[in-house]
Structures are given as C-alpha cells and as structure tokens.
Write a new protein. Structure first.
Ligand code: ZN
Ligand code: MN
Ligand code: MN
Length: 294
C-alpha cells in the first residue's frame, strides 16, 4: 500500500469495518484519508471470537504503520457488562474483557474502548463497585498487558452508568487498576446525557466539569459523532457531522479545543456504500480545525 499524506492536519479518523480481515479496515481507513482508526477485533455482538493468528496480526500492524495510522483503537463487544446483576454475566464479561485486552496486545492496539455497564436496577453505587472490581479482576489476569482500557462516556439509556462524569470519577477512585484506565469522550453521548457541547460557554463548562471530576488529561480518544436527538434525551442515536443537534457549531468547539489537540477524533457516524459520508465528515472536522488559525 502506498503511504498517504496521513501525517498532516488534525488527528481524525473513523471506525471501519474489519469484514474480510483487519487489513481491510486499514485499507478502508486509508481510502477515506484517516490518520487514526478504530476497529472491532472480533464480532461485536458475540461472546467468542476466532483466536488471533500471529501472521494476520503482523500484517495488520505493518499495514497500519505503512498507512500512517496511529494511534490504533479497538472497541470492545457490546455484550460485556461488568455491572450486571447476574454473577454469571459478570464472570463472563471479565473473561471477554481479558480476551479483548489480549487481542489488542497481539494486534499492536494501545487503546480499548469499553462501555462502563448497566446496573440493571441494582443502583448506581452497587454498579460502580462492580465495574471497578471487574476491571481489577481483568487487569489481574493480564498483568503484563500494555493496553489501556478507556471507559466511554454514556448517553444515559436505561440503567447504563457513565452518563454522569461523577460515575467515571467514582470508578477511577475505586479501581486499583486505575493506572491502566483512561477515558473515551463521545460527543453524541455527552450531549444526550445533558451536557452542553454546542454553545461556547456550555462547552467550557462541560470541560471544566470533566476536568474537575476526572481530569481532561485522561481523555485519550474522542468519538466525534453528531446526535439525531436533542440534548438530554438520554438516547444514543449517532448522526453525520453537521447533520444533527450538535451541528458544526458544536464541532467547532471540539476541533479548536487546545486540551484535545493531540487527542484522536474518530467518527462513528452513519456510512454510505461509497464512503462519501466518512470523507465528508472528516473534511468537515478538518475545516473546523483550520478556523483556529484565523
Ligand atoms: Zn461505544
Ligand atoms: Mn462511541
Ligand atoms: Mn453510541
């Protein structure tokens, strides 16, 4: 694969399908002009995945390096719920998380995004404790791993935790494996959770609150998603950049934010067959980043 001009401009990329193998995801990212890439390293709706083949992992690492894609990010499977009321599900979730962490290590992926989990009616405090304990159990099972688990800010659907920055702070406080944890900030989820990311003052206030509770330095990945629904709706419906309730005004805050300048911004927005929507979304983010020079 030819090396593209991946080294210039803001650090933007997209989640890409790994259908046909992880190397195909790299090709899709390079074709869209990404500088960074998120993938699932296994089926996102199943507990088990095919074991990592060393040769395939090596090919993926080389393809990503040749395409100038860094950092690489993996999103964990949706079934994992460390906060589940069901101890069988919790045990299974810890095992699946360990598997995801080991897949990242094998594929040279430094960051693994994880949904904090749903307490299923047992209450926030109990749920947060279970998450911290689950993270510690997983960390103990892969002590030499170099993968950082990124707790993702949540939209606030049902009994899901992580829609309040205080939840994330509580997990960091309670987990002994804290040095191996950090944050993924999803603009759609934060907006849906009720935080203002659209107005200039609101953005500042939202970031100040995140800084006070967790520390902005913990944000290692940003999911740049517009939202189909209004602020505070607590439902998770991603929209193309500039086509939703956050709009270009909100993404101008993101793309000119000094604290996030070096943080990768990854699209998880609806796609069309030709990849035009991804290219448009990336172009929109790049254009907003250029504003700060003026
Ligand atoms: Zn997610
Ligand atoms: Mn996300
Ligand atoms: Mn989402």
């Amino acid at each position: 694969m030819r090396r593209r001009l991946a080294g210039t401009g803001p650090l933007v990329g997209a989640h890409m399908s790994a259908a046909g193998g992880l190397v195909r995801a790299v090709e899709r990212a390079a074709a869209a002009g990404c500088r960074t890439l998120q993938v699932f390293t296994k089926n996102s709706n199943q507990w088990d995945g095919k074991p990592v083949v060393a040769g395939e992992a090596a090919a993926f690492r080389k393809a990503a390096a040749d395409a100038g894609l860094a950092p690489l990010v993996a999103h964990s499977a949706y079934l994992i719920n460390l906060a589940s009321p069901d101890p069988v599900v919790r045990t299974r979730s810890v095992g699946a998380l360990v598997d995801e962490i080991e897949r990242c290590d094998a594929n040279g992926i430094p960051y693994l995004v994880l949904h904090p989990g749903s307490h299923g009616g047992d209450g926030e405090g109990v749920g947060l404790d279970r998450i911290a304990r689950g993270l510690d159990e997983a960390a103990a099972k892969c002590p030499s791993s170099g993968t950082t688990v990124l707790l993702e800010t949540a939209a606030g659907q049902g009994a899901c935790l992580g829609h309040d920055f205080a939840h994330l702070a509580a997990i960091f406080e309670r987990a002994d494996s804290r040095p191996r944890l950090a944050l993924c900030f999803d603009t759609c989820h934060v907006h849906a959770a009720g935080y203002d990311v659209v107005t200039k003052d609101g953005w500042r206030k939202t970031l100040d609150e995140l800084d006070a509770s967790c520390g902005l330095g913990l944000v290692k990945v940003i999911h740049a998603n517009d939202s189909k629904k209004e602020r505070g709706c607590r439902v998770d419906r991603h929209e193309r950049i500039g086509h939703g309730a956050i709009g270009l005004k909100g993404f101008a805050n993101l793309m000119t934010e000094r604290a996030f300048e070096e943080v990768p911004k990854i699209l998880e927005t609806p796609k069309d067959e030709e990849g035009t929507w991804d290219r448009d979304g990336l172009a929109a983010l790049r254009k907003l980043a250029r504003r700060k020079a003026g």
